[in-house]
Design a binder for this molecule. Sequence first.
Ligand code: ADP
Length: 475
Amino acid sequence: MRILFCSSEAVPFAKTGGLADVSGALPKALARLGNEVMLTLPKYKQVGFATERRIQLGQKEFLAVGEKPLRDIEGVQVLFIRQDELYLRDSLYGYPDDAERFILFDKAILAFIKELNWKPDVIHCNDWQTGLIPVYLKTTLNSDPFYKGIATVYTIHNLAYQGNFPPETLHIAGLPEELFSFDKLEFWGQFSFMKGGIVFSDIITTVSPRYAEEIQTKELGAGMEGALSYRRERLRGIINGIDYEVWNPKTDAFLPVHYDVDSLEKKVENKKFLQKEVGLAPKDVPLIGLVSRLASQKGFDILLQAMDELFKLDIQMVILGVGEREIEEKLKEKAKIYEDKFKLFVRFDERLSHLIYGGCDIFLMPSLYEPCGLSQMISMRYGTIPVVREVGGLADSVEEFNPATGEGTGFLFKEYSPVALLEAVKRALTIFGNKNAWKIVQINAMKKDFSWDASARKYVEVYKEAIQICNKEVK
Ligand code: ADP
């Protein structure tokens, strides 16, 4: 199958969050299954390149830039769309002309595949930035024979970022007036990229089965619940994997000591190293870690409220994250009060994140909502036991440990409250106190398969379904 994978960020080129992890790993997994895969990205500041090809789109000239196959995996070609005026900036997003930047990204992708005469069977779009691709295919490009029969799959990684812009964006996008209606691109008086993806793609997916249900509710639907329920027969949930080449305690170049499920006793060396590195006493007390964007979605309000009680316990904690200023300030206050127990690092730091996954005993994720979440899967792979809220992908990937049966991989709580959070942490600490039981949880967690291969197979099934639907409609 020929797959065009469109994303606005991908590891190792450009990353702000989980979307980049998915876009770096899924195309490779699809290629390993024997598919022909091309990945497209804007050419941001940090990307090197080899060959170039030019096209003209309206006033702007675009260059398509080739890149060697991703890392050592054959079969994934990376096509960068180069337009320096639009993409050669310090950050990926957050500019007043973001709508124009991604309208042109979507248009350029479609123009280039025609120019290259590379016709995919399916185009896989991701998040709002590529939401207009299905719209163009089903409307303005619909009579062009080149684009006939190309199926589209649209994946929502986080419904909170919808790409909603003023109504006149419709004209910048060059789309006809009749598309600006509530059953198409209009969203509360605005022009919505994401709604375009939801309404016009052949199949919609999101990143966990639980989140696929949740986004059809008023509580977690972020206003899109109507459009999503309307298309629920085309909506699927596929949980993300993690990149097993990047996240592997047996080979992880950032870890001072390597270990796996058969040499778990060595993990404690990483704990000692981490304690020293972050300035915590080298004590044998439970070390709790957290690596996350500092965003309200991630549950920092209940964590902050729980901290005074939490630090009455004999524990240590390390948090790595950047994001909202207010959360940062509040965490800093707590770090000052509990300086011998709690260390905070406000920055993006790949190395320290690996040290935390490898060196902690427990990983905390009290998210208000969580489409999928990668950190809990990474931590399980490192034998670092997750304590998470039972929501979205966290509910789909972590299973409560049952001391009676010896089954389960972590600890969950339902209610979004500091009390429920504390109660789950305490349950984890009780099991931590029993070294044999703790080892069983660790082994269970490490043996779980979170590799991309299983998820990639599910995507292939969805692509086949989308192709079938699309071909039926074309006839
Ligand atoms: P989201 O996509 O909502 O940010 P995920 O759990 O899906 O959350 O993915 C987060 C990814 O970003 C993980 O790989 C995590 O380790 C990484 N990450 C988040 N914050 C930082 C940070 N400050 N430094 C290093 N890595 C981080």
